[in-house]
Ligand binder design. Structure first.
Ligand SMILES: *Cc1c(COP(=O)(O)O)cnc(C)c1O
Length: 404
């Protein structure tokens, strides 16, 4: 293994060989060296955070086609800001009261099958998630999980927004849901935290009608782990900024960037809001700006080729083991990256998929393989966060548990 991890050795903390993809719990992705350098340089002088947010907003708007953008400490953090913006708008009193929403429209309507643990981030702003529809798609009757009329029926006086989680399996299409929401004058918030690449997805959800969309800065964009990107309509970004930035100041001496916070529109200077705990520093802001610029320029086809070649290398490496069958996914248009799915037959391999995943992550360095399919007897090797050398190492470690 290459010795690039001296800092973790010094701290006596085991490193991870990441064959699981961009998972926050094992460090997300590796920040681009240029973004890390930019953060280091940003640490040497002061800049006003709102000026950096304004600069980031321009870049996010260019990249996504949205009117404006904003940065907070993760996609989950930007979900909280999005919910807070949908609930409070420009109302200073409402901003000050959140997460107390008494008297405010605070419901976020969501198809039931879109609910994830991350919707806690919406509720953190004071929102109540109202889920609609069923899980009927799996009944085999041909029926769908949620019909557009069910969403329309749930939207009413108490609705602040419609929530949508973008995954390859989610239905109905975003454009359909956005039409329903807009017919009722409520915005749509889209969680697309991990839906990059392709780079074209930056624009896709705004184009389909999202009023706010969030992306992780610390996944495929390879910015700082503690960043998330909010892109959306100016009125919501303005509200998000007003509930996030350190504001309280003498009104006459308060001159924030006008494109971000218009004091006249707000009718006063807000105090620290619900988003204050979601702050990012000048270093994160500079880091995500540089990372997003580089992500936009990246040769996507070359990346996909690199990942596919590495996936094939892993699949070939596992060929000699008995009791495993490998398959490479990713020829479909929705996949973020190809993956090697490794089906483990415990009788022949001498170990179950679950045991294999658990053993590997207790090694030093820890080896993390994708574990989404362990209940079904499968582990996955994701090439995105591996070098070829690390991929070979992961294969070698997997083989050590598998019967020949
Ligand atoms: C990763 C992820 C998040 C959270 O992103 P962070 O940037 O880590 O806050 C939210 N929603 C989904 C669907 C995700 O995959």
């Amino acid at each position: 293994m290459p010795d690039h991890a001296a800092i973790y050795d010094e701290l006596d903390v085991p490193t991870v060989v990441n064959a699981a993809g961009t998972k926050t719990r094992i460090g997300g992705s590796l920040i681009r060296p240029e973004a890390a350098d930019a953060m280091r340089a940003a640490a040497d002088s002061f800049a006003r955070i709102s000026d950096l947010q304004s600069r980031a907003s321009d870049l996010i708007a260019d990249a996504t086609g949205a009117e404006a953008g904003y940065v907070a400490s993760g996609a989950a953090a930007t979900m909280t800001l999005a919910a807070a913006a949908a609930i409070a708008g420009d109302d200073l009193g409402a901003m000050a009261r959140l997460p107390d929403t008494e008297g405010l429209a605070d419901e976020i309507v969501m198809p039931r099958t879109h609910r994830t643990g991350y919707d806690h981030a919406l509720r953190a702003a004071g929102a109540t998630v109202v889920d609609v529809g069923t899980n009927d798609r799996h009944l085999g009757t041909g029926s769908r999980n949620v019909e557009p009329w069910e969403i329309a029926d749930a939207v009413g006086e108490e609705t602040a927004a419609v929530g949508y989680v973008q995954k390859e399996y989610t239905e109905p299409p975003l454009a359909t849901v956005a039409d329903v929401a807009h017919d009722h004058d409520v915005p749509v918030i889209v969680d697309a935290a991990a839906e990059l690449p392709p780079v074209s997805n930056l624009e896709r959800f705004i184009e389909a009608g999202a009023d706010m969309v969030v992306f992780s800065g610390g996944k495929a964009v390879r910015g700082p782990q503690s960043t998330g990107i909010l892109a959306g309509r100016e009125e919501y970004v303005r509200s998000a900024a007003a509930q996030h930035l350190d504001m309280h100041a003498h009104e006459d001496a308060y001159v924030p960037p006008e494109d971000l916070v218009d004091v006249d529109d707000l009718g006063g200077v807000p105090r620290q809001g619900i988003g204050r705990g979601l702050k990012v520093g000048k270093e994160e802001l500079v880091g995500i700006i540089r990372a997003l610029e580089l992500f936009l320029e990246e040769d996507q086809a070359a990346k996909q080729e690199e990942w596919t070649a590495r996936a094939m290398r892993v699949a070939e490496g596992l060929d000699s083991a008995s009791g495993v069958i490998t398959e490479i996914t990713g020829d479909d248009a929705v996949s973020v990256a190809p993956e090697v799915i490794v089906a483990v037959d415990p009788d022949e391999a001498g170990i179950t998929a679950t045991e294999l995943a658990r053993e590997l992550r207790q090694e030093r360095p820890r080896v993390f393989v994708g574990a989404d399919g362990i209940d079904a007897g499968r582990v996955a090797v994701n090439p995105m966060c591996l070098t070829d050398e690390e991929a070979d190492y992961a294969v070698e470690r997997m083989l050590s548990y598998l019967d020949e």
